[in-house]
Design a protein around this ligand. Structure first.
Ligand SMILES: [Mg+2]
Length: 336
């Protein structure tokens, strides 16, 4: 059976927005405390709808990335900068320092080379999924565009490594079908290859971390999150108070490692997967958004329950953006 690309495009963008919306109320909480609030997360959502009334910067910037790709039928630096400046008027919800500080500089006409912040935060991996979708048939352009889209706001190599790996993972997952189990070895080989041969120390460090994630998939979710919550973080950036706890650090290497770990532990149901992602602890909305992009690319829109789609603010607009991006992809790559 042929891949239903529109279903996968829409699943990915909606996946980001559901993970972001569900994770938002838990941002900055340890996992243990989140789980002390309910026995059944589904029931908790139903009786606390007001808590889940919006998504945050992760979804906002993902939509601006998609718009920039639609305008240029692919990556174009000026379109990306223009769209990210537009985000300042949304206005940003829960923005990270790396994004807001660099984009404000871009707004005042400072070149991206000078405006980019040296942040290794999640601002680029969380917004990259449309690049993974649009370039899923053109991996060289995917890697190049993911890198370029990252360095215009974040000069830190952790941010670009995370963005490339997530975009590449999405392109890998888009062609996978639920009926046939995909190879975990092939998944890791593919994403690791995307950041190999760079001689960039932090990219090499990320490869070691990704291999550790692969070797530890037998751990429980709680134990895995404790192990990877602050992986790659260096002094003085540790959150010492949360060492040994499930509290995902807002550093790209740790957040992407945790999102991949939780996603791979939940390949049977989108709902279980997104619930675990959004309650990871620490930077929960971003683990939800990044992991949600992977889950959405794998499960597709048709396997996402309607009540989860309906919880997302402006979900009809997100579906419209997915359709427009899909149309440009079809035109460019002559997909029938
Ligand atoms: Mg956020």
């Amino acid at each position: 059976m042929k891949t239903d690309y529109l279903d996968k495009f829409a699943g990915t963008l909606i996946g980001v927005s559901i993970g972001d919306t569900l994770g938002h109320p838990f941002e900055g909480m340890i996992r243990e405390r989140i789980y002390s609030r309910f026995n059944d997360f589904k029931e908790f959502i139903r009786s606390n709808k007001k808590l889940f009334k919006t998504y945050t910067d992760d979804t906002q910037l993902t939509l601006h990335t998609a718009e920039a790709l639609i305008q240029g039928s692919g990556f174009n630096t000026n379109n990306f900068i223009r769209e990210y400046i537009k985000w300042l008027e949304d206005p940003p919800i829960g923005p990270g320092f790396g994004c807001i500080s660099s984009i404000q500089k871009l707004k005042y006409g400072i070149s991206w080379e000078k405006a980019a912040s040296n942040s290794g935060g999640n601002g680029t991996a969380m917004r990259v999924s449309p690049i993974g979708l649009f370039y899923c048939k053109d991996i060289k352009s995917l890697e190049k565009s993911a890198l370029k889209s990252s360095i215009i706001t974040h000069s830190h190599p952790a941010a670009s490594a995370g963005a490339i790996v997530i975009a590449r993972a999405i392109a890998f997952l888009i062609d996978k079908k639920l009926e046939t189990v995909f190879s975990i070895d092939e998944f890791f080989e593919t994403i690791i290859l995307s950041i190999s041969n760079s001689r960039e120390r932090i990219w090499e460090e990320f490869i070691v971390i990704l291999n550790k994630v692969k070797q530890n998939l037998n751990l429980s979710i709680e134990a895995g999150l404790i192990k990877f919550s602050q992986v790659g973080v260096k002094s003085p950036y540790f959150i010492e108070e949360y060492l040994g706890k499930a509290f995902v650090h807002p550093y790209t290497l740790s957040t992407v490692a945790c999102a991949i770990f939780v996603f791979l532990k939940n390949l049977n149901s989108f709902e279980d997967c997104i619930f675990q992602l959004a309650t990871a602890g620490g930077d929960s909305d971003t683990v939800g958004a990044i992991g949600g992009s992977l889950a959405g690319a794998y499960f597709g829109l048709k396997n996402i329950p309607d009540d989860l789609i309906n919880i997302v603010k402006n979900h009809k607009n997100i579906l419209k953006v997915s359709e427009q991006l899909h149309l440009k992809f079809k035109e460019k790559y002559k997909i029938i």
